[in-house]
Design a protein around this ligand. Structure first.
Ligand code: GDP
Ligand code: MG
Length: 449
């Protein structure tokens, strides 16, 4: 798996959010700390991590967009900011001009030759006619290596075992250009970006005038990838980056974020030694996969569902003591919703069907429940625990923060008070008949009997 460790840490962190009852500043700070830790372990540059943290914190203060809960908003912010962090857009190379020439550059062992073959396979699948050209005259084995790979992919191969001048190799090939849609040119590397390498690449560049110059860079460089990418960009104007070996290093997050801040965008990633271990770099999809967006959505759904047994027991006890709060009320309504309508439930209990329970309590519609939840996300922990604190002034604040009308929030508070009254009446009452007598005789007026 690519960036497994980083992915696991981020998944854990966001899972915490999905499972938490409400979002407050403490939770946001914890989230940001967790993300910082995960990225630093992935060798991401400290300044980049700091900037990202600030962005998440600032955006977490934004008003929750309609239709989203605070939790969903927060997870979405992390998703969007991580996507920006890793480059935002997908940069596909379109084969519009024929032939399109792509030159691969990079240091020894970065994966140029392998990547040339991977690209050939990638575009062959899309129906293009492709040639691979070897101009690396430094490594004796380079010719054979690419020839072999070309055979494997099933594309034409050119090069020379004797010629030492890469420009001459290209000139000898030039007359064949017109036969192809795409020509992929492998070049020689060095241990470091030397004057000698820069001169060689610039010569080739002038001669070939490729549509794309792609820097091939290994992910295990971590944040050091930034310097290398910038140096190559300055020296030979690379038009994009291919980050290789992403599957085999813990430093991949650092390498990707480092390249994302350079002038040359990441266009592809290499994720294994096999020719199919190669993909277009889609920052959005990549981050979705990394943080398990699909799983998170399921988790958020599940968190909306009814309580665990333990929570239900707690809640039951709280009801009987008459000391439950808004969060409890919400959970109670959710579990009722899950069990089906309260009306149906009551019909099934002998004797209960004759009781007239407050109409509002029976008809809590899903839509209203959602809105109440959004309003509750704009309440403070204090307010949730003790709704009596909610003054008219606070009511306005909550309404503005959540975009839910004051009247709807008042309804929620009314429902809360009614339920509380009712629960107080049941206090300590275990005998069903006694309880019913009590209800028939003494239900408070406000309960709509
Ligand atoms: P070059 O010197 O830049 O041409 O690099 P090569 O293409 O010869 O690759 C050097 C080594 O890296 C080879 O063993 C490749 O199999 C390996 N390699 C290239 N890309 C990847 C990748 O995405 N993942 C892994 N695990 N290995 C890769
Ligand atoms: Mg090579």
């Amino acid at each position: 798996m690519v960036l497994e460790k980083l992915g696991d840490s981020l998944k854990n962190t966001l899972g915490k959010i999905a499972k938490s009852l409400f979002v407050d500043e403490k939770l946001i700070n914890e989230l940001v700390k967790d993300i910082q830790r995960a990225l630093l372990q992935s060798d991401t540059n400290v300044k980049l991590v700091f900037d990202l943290s600030q962005k998440i914190k600032t955006r977490a203060k934004e008003k929750t967009p309609p239709g989203l809960t605070k939790k969903e908003q927060l997870i979405n912010i992390v998703y969007e900011e991580l996507t920006n962090f890793l480059g935002k857009e997908t940069h596909e190379i379109k084969i519009e001009k024929k032939p399109t020439k792509i030159m691969l550059v990079g240091l020894f062992g970065s994966g140029k030759t392998t990547t040339a073959a991977k690209l050939a396979k990638f575009y062959k699948k899309r129906g293009y006619k492709i040639a691979l050209l070897q101009t690396d005259t430094w490594r004796p084995a380079a010719y054979d290596q690419l020839e072999q790979l070309a055979k494997q992919v099933g594309v034409d191969f050119y090069g020379s075992k004797e010629e030492k001048d890469p420009s001459k190799i290209y000139q000898a090939f030039q007359s064949k250009l017109k036969n192809y849609d795409l020509v992929l040119i492998d070049t020689a590397g060095r241990d470091a970006l030397s004057e000698d390498l820069i001169a060689e690449l610039n010569n080739l560049n002038k001669l070939i005038q490729p549509e794309e110059r792609l820097l091939v860079i290994s992910a295990d460089l971590g944040q050091a990838a930034q310097k290398q990418a910038e140096a190559f960009h300055q020296a030979c104007h690379v038009t994009g980056v291919i980050v290789t070996k992403l599957e085999g290093t813990a430093k991949g997050g650092g390498a990707l974020s480092a390249c994302a801040v350079t002038q040359a965008p990441i266009k592809f990633i290499g994720v294994g030694e096999k020719l199919d271990d190669f993909e277009l770099f889609h920052p959005k999809r990549f981050v979705s996969r990394l943080i398990g967006m699909g799983d998170l959505e399921t988790l958020l759904e599940k968190a909306k569902e009814a309580l665990t047994e333990e929570q239900a027991k707690d809640l039951g006890e709280k009801f009987l003591k008459g000391e439950f709060n808004l969060i409890d009320l919400y959970q109670q309504m959710l579990s009722l919703k899950k069990m089906g309508s309260l009306k149906k439930l009551i019909e099934m209990i002998p004797g209960f069907s004759q009781l007239k329970l407050p109409k509002e309590m029976l008809d809590v519609q899903e839509e209203k429940l959602e809105k109440w939840k959004i309003a509750m996300d704009s309440m403070t922990k204090e307010e949730l625990e003790n709704p009596d604190l909610i003054t008219a002034e606070r009511l306005d604040r909550i309404s503005q923060g959540s975009g839910i009308p004051v009247s709807l929030i008042r309804e929620l508070l009314k429902q809360y008070r009614q339920s509380k009254k009712m629960m107080k009446m049941f206090k300590g009452e275990k005998d069903m008949t006694k309880m019913m007598k009590k209800m028939k005789g003494k239900l408070p007026k406000g309960l709509g009997m």
